[in-house]
Design a protein around this ligand. Structure first.
Ligand code: PLP
Length: 378
C-alpha cells in the first residue's frame, strides 16, 4: 500500500534525537529549530520525560474514560499551578484541531448560535470546523460547515467594532490565536485582546484563545494571550503539551457548566498522554524554561539586528518569525542541506523559529552566525 502524498517531505530520516539535536540514518547531526511544528518543547528525549513514560508503560497504558484516572487530576493540578489559571477546568483530547472543534461546539452550546468571528491569516487545524475558521479559501470552500463564519483583519479595531455592532447578537464565539503561527507570526496587540474581551462580555459571546502553537511556555508566558491580562472563556492547547506525544486540551472558564454527554473522547486523557503532559510541565518548572525562552529569544532578537536582509522580527520568546526582503526557499535549503539546521517557514518570505525551550545560547548563536554568513551578499 502507498501513502497518500499530501505533505512535501525532505529526504532526511531522523533515527535518534537529544535536546535540539537530531541524527539521521547516515549518522549526520542536525540542529532542530522547528521541533516538528512547535511540538518539541522540552527537547527531544528529555531524560525525565522518558523515565516517566517508561514507568507508566510498566503499569497501565490505556483504559477508556469510564473509570477513574487520577493522572488526569494530577495533570490538571500542575497545569493550573504553572499557568496561574487554577479556576479553569480541563477537558483532554488528542490534537489541536480537536481542541478547537470542542471549543467551537461549546461556544454554540452556550449561546445556541452558530456564527463565529475569526481573523485573516489565522490557522486553527484540519477538521472541518477548524478549517472553516482557518484563513485558506482553497481548503475551506468545498466544506459545508455547521458554523457561519465572519472574518476580519487582525488588530483592526474599526473592523472589530463594526463586526460586533452589526452581528454581535448573532455571534456564538470569537476564535483567535495568542500569537498567529502558520500565518507568519503576527501578534494580536494587548489592546486588541482587551477590546475583544470587552466586546465579548457586552454581547455575551464566547472568547476562544487558540494557544495550540503559542502555549505551554513558548512565548515566555505560559500562554501567549497572558501578555494582555485577560481571561478567555476557552483556551485550546496541544503541540508542545506532550513534547511529541499526541495530546490536546481545552481549558474551560468556571462560568461554563458541564453537562453529561456535552463532550466525549475515546483516547483523550489516556494514561500515557497524561504522564507525558505532566512530565513536560515538571521540566518546564524545574528548568525554568519560560525564562530560558525569554532569554534566548532576546539574544536572537539582538543578533538578528545585524542581519540587514531581515525586514522585521516578530514574535515573543521562542516563537519568532523573521521576515526577509527576498524569498527564503533557497536560504532554508542551504540552512538544512549545507549547515544541517532545520527551520520552519510561512508564505514565501518568513522563516519561522520554534525550537525546544531549552535551546542553549551556543545553539542560538550558531544559527545567528550561519544566517549572517549566508545572507551577507543579499
Ligand atoms: N491551532 C493552531 C494555532 C495551530 O498552529 C495548529 C497546527 O499547526 C492547530 C490548531 C491544529 O493542531 P493539530 O495539527 O494538532 O490538529
Amino acid at each position: 500500500m502507498k501513502l497518500f502524498p499530501v505533505y512535501p517531505l525532505f529526504d532526511i530520516e531522523p533515527v535518534k534525537a537529544q535536546g535540539a539535536t537530531l541524527w539521521d540514518k547516515k549518522g549526520d547531526t542536525y540542529l532542530d529549530l522547528y521541533g516538528g511544528h512547535a511540538v518539541i518543547s522540552i527537547g527531544h528525549n528529555h531524560p525525565h520525560y522518558v523515565e516517566r513514560i517508561k514507568e507508566q508503560l510498566d503499569k497501565i497504558v490505556f483504559y477508556s474514560n469510564s473509570v477513574q484516572n487520577p493522572l488526569q487530576e494530577e495533570l490538571a493540578q500542575k497545569l493550573g499551578e504553572l499557568s496561574g489559571l487554577e479556576e479553569y477546568a480541563l477537558f483532554l483530547c488528542n490534537s489541536g484541531a480537536e481542541a478547537n472543534e470542542n471549543a467551537l461546539k461549546i461556544a454554540s452550546f452556550q449561546t445556541q448560535k452558530k456564527k463565529i468571528l475569526c481573523f485573516d491569516k489565522a490557522f486553527h487545524g484540519r477538521t472541518s470546523a477548524a478549517v472553516a475558521v482557518t484563513d485558506n479559501p482553497k481548503i475551506q470552500a468545498p466544506l459545508n460547515q455547521g458554523h457561519e463564519i465572519v472574518r476580519i483583519q487582525l488588530n483592526n479595531f474599526q473592523a472589530l467594532e463594526y463586526a460586533f455592532a452589526t452581528q454581535g447578537d448573532e455571534l456564538a464565539g470569537v476564535i483567535i490565536e495568542g500569537i498567529q503561527g502558520v500565518g507568519g507570526i503576527h501578534l494580536p496587540s494587548a489592546e486588541f485582546l482587551v477590546a475583544l474581551r470587552n466586546l465579548c462580555n457586552q454581547y455575551n459571546v464566547i472568547l476562544i484563545l487558540d494557544e495550540v502553537q503559542s502555549g505551554y511556555g513558548r512565548s515566555g508566558n505560559f500562554f501567549g494571550f497572558q501578555r494582555a491580562n485577560i481571561h478567555p472563556d476557552l483556551i485550546t492547547m496541544a503541540k508542545g503539551m506532550g513534547n511529541g506525544f499526541p495530546v490536546g486540551g481545552v481549558l474551560i472558564h468556571p462560568k461554563i457548566e458541564a453537562w453529561s454527554g456535552m463532550l466525549g473522547t475515546t483516547f483523550g486523557g489516556n494514561h500515557l498522554a497524561c504522564v507525558a503532559a505532566t512530565a513536560v510541565l515538571e521540566v518546564i518548572e524545574s528548568e525554568n524554561l519560560m525564562d530560558n525562552a525569554l532569554k534566548i529569544g532576546a539574544q536572537w532578537k539582538d543578533a538578528f539586528k545585524a542581519i540587514s536582509p531581515i525586514k522585521e522580527v516578530r514574535g515573543e520568546g521562542l516563537m519568532l518569525g523573521l521576515e526577509f526582503d527576498f524569498p527564503i526557499k533557497a536560504l532554508r535549503e542551504k540552512l538544512l542541506f549545507e549547515h544541517h539546521i532545520f527551520t520552519g517557514y510561512s508564505g514565501t518570505d518568513v522563516i519561522r523559529l520554534l525550537p525546544p525551550l531549552n535551546l542553549t545560547k551556543e545553539e542560538a548563536a550558531r544559527f545567528a552566525e550561519t544566517l549572517h554568513k549566508l545572507t551577507a551578499n543579499h
